[in-house]
Design a protein around this ligand. Structure first.
Ligand SMILES: Cc1cc2nc3c(=O)[nH]c(=O)nc-3n(C[C@H](O)[C@H](O)[C@H](O)COP(=O)(O)O)c2cc1C
Length: 149
């Protein structure tokens, strides 16, 4: 959330679990990002794990000079300093306080302490080979059969 009350957000696939105790995650953000100042100012952010079928939203949130939140319902996180929760478009979200910002090349590695999280059990959007891909057949494959005997 920017200081003027404007919601900010971008698409990132450089998201990774870090620690269970305490619960930490990270994501990598380009130093030139226009979203970065809002995160550093508030020391808070939300990770919205987009649902399958929301590739258009991921494309919009990666595009400069568009209103990324137009037509998208969001709520300000009470925990993460108003950072936007995309209530209709995520399968899970994590509300984080910024624990560390580590410089790494042309990016910052932003480590978030997960203060609250929610999952609705839907299917997440998958990004594979530079496109938003469908998930493979949910039937168990040979490897699963091996594991389960
Ligand atoms: C699938 C996908 C994944 C991306 N992952 C990242 C990422 O992990 N970190 C990053 O800094 N930019 C990433 N980008 C690029 C940003 O979304 C894009 O540069 C965006 O315009 C940055 O917005 P901002 O400058 O307003 O913060 C990704 C783009 C796409 C399409």
């Amino acid at each position: 959330m920017a200081q003027d009350g404007t919601p900010r957000g971008l698409t990132s696939n450089a998201v990774c679990a870090v620690s269970l105790s305490p619960p930490l995650l990270l994501f990598c953000l380009n130093k030139k990002s226009t979203t970065l100042p809002a995160i550093l100012d508030t020391r808070a952010f939300v990770v919205n794990f987009l649902a399958a079928g929301r590739g258009d939203l991921a494309t919009r949130f990666a595009s400069p000079s568009v209103d990324r939140f137009l037509g998208t319902r969001w709520e300000p996180s009470q925990i993460a300093m108003g950072a936007p929760i995309l209530v209709d478009d995520n399968v899970a979200h994590a509300e984080c306080s910024l624990s560390q910002a580590v410089e790494a090349g042309d990016h910052f590695v932003l480590i978030g302490h997960i203060e609250a999280a929610s999952s609705n059990g839907g299917t997440p959007l998958m990004y594979l080979r530079q496109t938003y891909a469908a998930w493979p057949d949910q039937e168990p494959g040979p490897r699963d059969e091996d594991i389960h005997g």
